[in-house]
Design a binder for this molecule. Structure first.
Ligand code: GDP
Ligand code: MG
Length: 162
């Protein structure tokens, strides 16, 4: 079976927008209101002739309740079933407590984690990405999922880790 990449992170950080970049088509649903992607949705992708599966997840709030907790559970299952995990952070917001909780869970999973600093829409915002070194997940990879900035470099990194 093709390797599986799970895209996780808080609601509204741009996971579904990034999934569309990674698969090269607009299939994942992007919304301005958080919580639209409720399940783990797999999409087939190809990069440099290699096939893989990208799994979009609902926004992950590790201490959420109710429906949000169900979404978080889906994200946890996505992590368990993935070969590589992409943790998306909104670089314009910076790392939140929920992001740091996610990092702790990902550390425990012992899976390879690629840290993505999303919403780095221009060169001036690169410093926002560099600030995420503090999360202890290694190099933050700056991208603008919205504009496509950095997505080719990110795909190269993802394939290196598979
Ligand atoms: P999700 O909840 O994590 O799946 O986030 P979405 O992909 O649905 O995006 C949430 C909002 O962030 C939408 O309004 C997107 O257009 C916006 N967004 C996503 N990526 C970027 C980006 O790289 N730059 C900017 N400025 N906005 C983005
Ligand atoms: Mg989404």
């Amino acid at each position: 079976a093709a390797p599986v990449v799970a895209v996780v992170g808080r609601p509204n950080v741009g996971k579904s927008t990034l999934v569309n970049r990674l698969i090269g088509r607009r299939q994942a649903v992007v919304e301005d209101t958080p919580g639209v992607t409720r399940d783990r949705i797999p999409y087939d992708a190809v990069w440099n002739g290699r096939r893989f599966t990208v799994v979009d997840t609902g926004g992950w709030e590790p201490d959420a309740e109710g429906r949000a907790a169900a979404i978080a559970a889906q994200a946890e299952i996505a992590i368990a079933t993935a070969d590589v995990i992409i943790l998306v952070i909104d670089a314009q917001v910076g790392a939140t407590d929920a992001d740091e909780a996610a990092v702790r869970i990902l550390h425990r999973s012992k899976k390879p984690v690629i840290l993505v600093a999303n919403k780095v829409d221009d060169a001036r915002s690169e410093a926002d990405a560099a600030a995420l070194w503090s999360l202890g997940l290694g190099e933050p990879h700056p991208v603008s999922a919205l504009h496509g900035r950095g997505s080719g470099d990110l795909l190269d990194v993802v394939l290196d880790r598979m």
